[in-house]
Design a protein around this ligand. Structure first.
Ligand code: ZN
Length: 164
């Protein structure tokens, strides 16, 4: 884990072994530690700089179950809805709707490629915040798509494996 201050981190590209591995849970001993908060802030900076709408820790070479979901209109996704960024530790998708929809996805780890991916339209996700407090929330549409895409990263799956 990073021990210096928050910084923009290098992004793992398709082909890097870490993107194909299952990430480990964030242990309770890590909650609210300076190292964890520093990693989360570094992921946020990296996401902002890359004009992404979501990021998972394995994408910055950290094999832990941490994602940030941060839909907002930007040059890569001009039509993305604006939402307050949510940091999810140890997220578990507890329910997915049978209703699915196709939508275009890209990935910071797969530069230059976009494709149509079928995802559940609605889901319910359980997660812990940086202090370890549990939350459960429902998401739909583009935000639900981001959560499914980022959760896939924690399982070692890239969106290119799900192209229609
Ligand atoms: Zn991705």
């Amino acid at each position: 884990m990073i021990t210096t201050g928050p910084a923009i981190l290098p992004i793992a590209r398709q082909g890097e072994a870490i993107l194909a591995r299952r990430a480990a849970p964030v242990p309770a001993a890590d909650f609210n530690t300076p190292a964890l908060l520093n990693l989360i802030e570094s992921m946020r900076l990296t996401l902002l700089e890359a004009n992404g709408v979501g990021i998972a820790a394995p994408q910055v070479f950290v094999p832990l179950r941490i994602i940030i979901v941060a839909s907002r209109p930007n040059p890569r996704y001009p039509d993305a809805p604006l939402m307050a960024p949510v940091v999810m530790l140890n997220p578990e998708i507890r329910w997915r709707s049978e209703t699915c929809e196709n939508g275009e996805e890209g990935c910071l780890s797969v530069p230059g490629q976009r494709g149509m991916v079928r995802r559940a339209s609605h889901l319910q996700v359980w997660y812990q915040d940086q202090g370890g407090t549990a939350h459960e929330a429902g998401y739909s549409g583009f935000a639900a798509r981001i959560i499914q895409h980022e959760h896939d990263h924690l399982e070692g799956i890239l969106f290119v494996a799900r192209l229609q």
